[in-house]
Design a protein around this ligand. Sequence first.
Ligand code: WTA
Length: 653
Amino acid sequence: MSATADSSAIESVLQEDRSFEPPAEFAAQARVQAQQFWDMTEAAKADPEQFWGELAERELHWFQPWEKVLDWNLPFAKWFVGGKLNLSYNCLDRHLDSPRRNKAALIWEGEPGDSRTLTYAQLHREVCQFANALKSLGVQKGDRVGIYLPMIPEAAIAMLACARIGAAHSVIFGGFSAEALRDRLNDAEAKAVITADGGFRKDKIVSLKPQVDLALADGKAPSVESVLVVRRTQQAIEMVQGRDHWWHELQPQMSADCPAEVMDSEDLLFILYTSGTTGTPKGVVHTTGGYNLYTHMTTQWVFDLKETDVYWCTADVGWITGHSYIVYGPLSNGATSVMFEGAPRPSKPGALWEVVEKYGVNIFYTAPTAIRTFIKAGEDIPKQYNLSSLRLLGTVGEPINPDVWMWYRRVIGGDRCPIVDTWWQTETGGIAITTLPGAAASKPGAAGFPLPGIQTDIVDRAGNSVPANRGGLLAIRAPWPGMLRNVYGDPERFRRTYFGTIEGVYFAGDGARKDEEGYHWIMGRVDDVINVSGHRLGTMEVESALVSHPAVAEAAVVGRPDDLKGEAIAAFVTLEGTQQGSNSLADELKQHVVKEIGAIARPSEIHFTEALPKTRSGKIMRRLLRNLAAGEAIAGDTSTLEDRSVLESLRLS
Ligand code: WTA
């Protein structure tokens, strides 16, 4: 069968009850083997404080020990209370007195073909200089710093430099628009922004600094005092006197000595904005000690990290996956982490496999949406490369269909590599559910078991556990070190959003079922969050962007299934006055959303309609719109619909 055959043909020969034991050789050498996994799970359940306390003592460097492992005042958790440490120290300094000193920390492959390897000693040096540059711009412990960079080493350097001086970073994905950037800078009251002239994205140069200029224009982001600019694309940009500074001009003046600030375990480490169901994106708050330990342990367990491994996570540092599994988790473990600026595309379909071959990558972690693109390009592409160095594969970001999983295993993994399907969220800080590759069999399409210390449950709305194989809400019943601590500046929203749907239990929007063996099968979001190519978008955000266009009266946005992206955005729009919908207006509206949020939020389709289906109390019935967008029959009850003729006209449009 050709790899480009449509997925329904592949699916028909597959059974979802398949299961793949870890290969014997892999299991024998795994860092966590089956018995250990179940023992750890038991130990963590029996005495979580002892379990995490022992690991924290053994695995991290502390300037001062903690007094208490956990202080849980629902929904507020404090881990390693009173403990002092520094994440940048744990990622860098502590590796310098060992043979890791001259080991590659970051291997970076640039889009135009340039590359750079930074050893731990070199990375430490650059981070110290960068940290001193930030200090010279007046950035201090406790300040917030926006990072708006392409996938270049300076992204990791900037993050580590912030952590080093105790300034919290807020990384904003380089694909976000100036408006989205401004909102995030303002919410965090960022004192400085780190950016680049531009970045390479596929065959294009995208400008970044001009977006920062727009975001800061007319005093609209008043907290920002300075902008530090990395030179990447060499395009001409304007520098504002007194505000903007080139990194390459500051660097030579900066000392490579910058002691790591002594941070409290619960000091703010970073804010990362993520979409929710209501209002503006939420600033998810992570703090120092728990996040360091959780990303450290999960990287070690899930990726079976060995000293000589070359590890590669293809995410962008603008998302949590990049934070936890390109930068902090791998570096805290002293691993070699690959960072890639490029992306596969028709003109370079083998871009990723070229990198695997060039660096002998052993562990490869990507998203189902990327794998679907590989399948579409055909298996002849990866076959042209030597992928025999790979020993472990991972996926994250969205449910993976069993046929895509099987293709990944066979074509990329040569039928020999275990696959870890990792479920987690910006809010969980690190991986929460998966099958540890040497400890448990994996089933295509199932994420697997909760990691030690994660108390999952599948519940109904009242919080009661549902029986095996029954769908329900995926909840977590006890605190864990990597959990978010707050929504920045809005503790009430934090409580309501995460502990309010099921009173007193963590819930962040996914449905799941557990089979009789305890494997978790994630069913996707059950709220109004759309997962486009593994990126979370709130329907509200896209709707707000649409209604900010003068032609639009009302908008309702839903996700519909899409072969490549997982979900695509479908928008239903009513227009002001007597205006008529047209293709050119549809294009204009799509472009408007790109301007307001960024290209990831561009609707795939816009349906103009006279009215939106609403309940008598005025709520838009998205369920009906989802059915319409997917080309399905209208399912379920429509009796609460206020005006049934709306449905008829929508069907015809
Ligand atoms: C989805 C990304 C199924 C899920 C790390 C979650 C997944 C959201 C998986 C979080 C998976 C993530 N299987 N669904 N293995 N991993 N998701 O915050 O809906 O960008 O709630 O974090 O992605 O997205 P976020």
